[in-house]
Design a protein around this ligand. Structure first.
Ligand SMILES: Nc1ncnc2c1ncn2[C@@H]1O[C@H](COP(=O)(O)OP(=O)(O)OP(=O)(O)O)[C@@H](O)[C@H]1O
Ligand SMILES: [Mg+2]
Length: 386
């Protein structure tokens, strides 16, 4: 389980440390930084897939994603005596992401390139990466350290140099994780790769989820939702078929789901109260289809360690939200869950969970802060110095 998530200098998240529990909700007004937390977590996951640099480029590059405010906001700026203005930088420009779990912790430090003669001078560089054991980075608990191009791992009789030549655009997680020299790196990479993210499912008229598709065993719904019917059938055959029919009936009283299969193509059919024939996925309303996608995602027979959901309430009627909340709560028995949401009825349903934690974000001077969070409750966290 993740115990801490830490983000520095990513958009409005200048320095955000979240002490996570089994069931977490991130909420706050528009523009407070909720989606940025979701995206920061996804960037961490992309690091383990070797895609952090292209993923940052897709967001407009490091220049756009870096905190756009001053390095420090002085008291006189806060009091309005002086205008917000930049000061001479004391620290190098850096975007830093990290997490601690009940076993290993990881952090990555990205900065601007040192060699601007290259045509890729907009590519950020990975300046440092650290893996440690325990709740936060401490020298004694370090397991793997990357400084620039050099990576070393702690062995039984001291530190072993794994390489001196790691490219600035490669993460050590994808290049050096091997079972002999750095088993903890491999373990951590596989852990991060298993995190599962769901953002807005498409449900428009041409959405892939509306079309019959060739079906294969699908224990994990794809994030496009195109394999909805196959995922439903997989739950019925090797997963919790009763939970599936209960979830459908909980949201749509009297309704049930069937998966039709003709010539290998699978299609979801929904029997509804009062209709003489079932409706095909192409005929369902946006909200109904989206809800079925959530059911397939959340009842996966292969639950991930961490499930991250971005605004699952989108385009659902508020009356459906308590049922969605129950569905997410049942998923939290199998996975750690982080939900980004500003739907009060969904949040109210999730808050019934006994280990519920709510993080209310607010923006002050352009910077995202945690509301009502006592300094004492904050977990310890150390960023490595460069
Ligand atoms: N480079 C940057 N530096 C500082 N702030 C930024 C930067 N880029 C974006 N922002 C601000 O970060 C904020 C975070 O936006 P985000 O999309 O995370 O908000 P949100 O809480 O998801 O809002 P909504 O409820 O509208 O979806 C926005 O207000 C945006 O103006
Ligand atoms: Mg948002």
């Amino acid at each position: 389980m993740l115990t801490t998530l830490a983000i520095a200098n990513y958009r409005s998240l200048r320095n955000l440390i979240l002490p996570l529990g089994p069931m977490n909700v991130i909420t706050g007004p528009n523009g407070s930084g909720k989606s940025s937390v979701y995206r920061a977590l996804r960037l961490l996951a992309q690091t383990a897939q070797g895609r952090i640099i292209p993923a940052l480029a897709q967001e407009g590059g490091l220049q756009s994603t870096l905190w756009a405010g001053p390095e420090t906001i002085s008291r006189s700026m806060r009091q309005g005596i002086h205008a917000i203005q930049g000061t001479r930088r004391k620290e190098p420009v850096n975007l830093r992401l990290g997490f601690a779990s009940d076993t290993l912790g990881y952090l990555i430090d990205l900065g601007l390139p040192s060699n601007n003669r290259s045509a890729f001078s907009f590519d950020p560089e990975i300046k440092g990466e650290h893996i440690w054991a325990g709740p936060f980075l401490r020298r004694a608990a370090q397991l793997v350290v990357r400084e620039g191009a050099a990576v070393r791992a702690k062995g039984e009789s001291g530190w072993n140099v794994l390489t001196q030549h790691l490219a600035s655009f490669d993460s050590m997680l994808t290049q050096l994780a091997d079972p002999h020299n750095a088993p903890e790196m491999l373990q951590l990479r596989e852990k991060v790769r298993s995190w599962r993210f769901y953002d807005h499912f498409r449900t428009d008229a041409d959405a892939p989820a509306r079309l019959p598709q060739i079906g294969t065993h699908t224990p994990v719904l794809s994030d496009s939702g195109h394999d909805l019917a196959a995922a439903m059938q997989t739950i019925m055959e090797i997963g919790d078929a009763d939970a599936l029919s209960d979830a459908v009936a909980d949201a749509f009283p009297g309704a049930s789901i069937e998966v039709a299969c003709s010539e290998g193509r699978f299609e979801v059919l929904m029997h509804q109260h009062g209709l003489l024939r079932p409706l095909r996925a192409a005929e369902l309303s946006d909200g109904t289809l989206r809800y079925l996608l959530w059911i397939a995602a959340l009842l996966s027979p292969r639950p991930p360690e961490l499930l991250v959901l971005n605004e699952p309430e989108t385009s659902l009627h508020p009356d459906l939200l308590p049922a969605l909340g129950r569905l997410i709560t049942s998923a939290a028995a199998r996975s750690q869950v982080i939900v980004v949401s500003h739907a009060s009825r969904l949040i109210a349903a999730l808050s019934e969970h006994e280990e519920y934690r709510e993080f209310r974000l607010e923006k002050e001077f352009g910077e995202t802060n945690l509301q009502d969070m006592n300094e004492l409750e904050m977990p310890s966290w150390h960023w490595a110095s460069r």
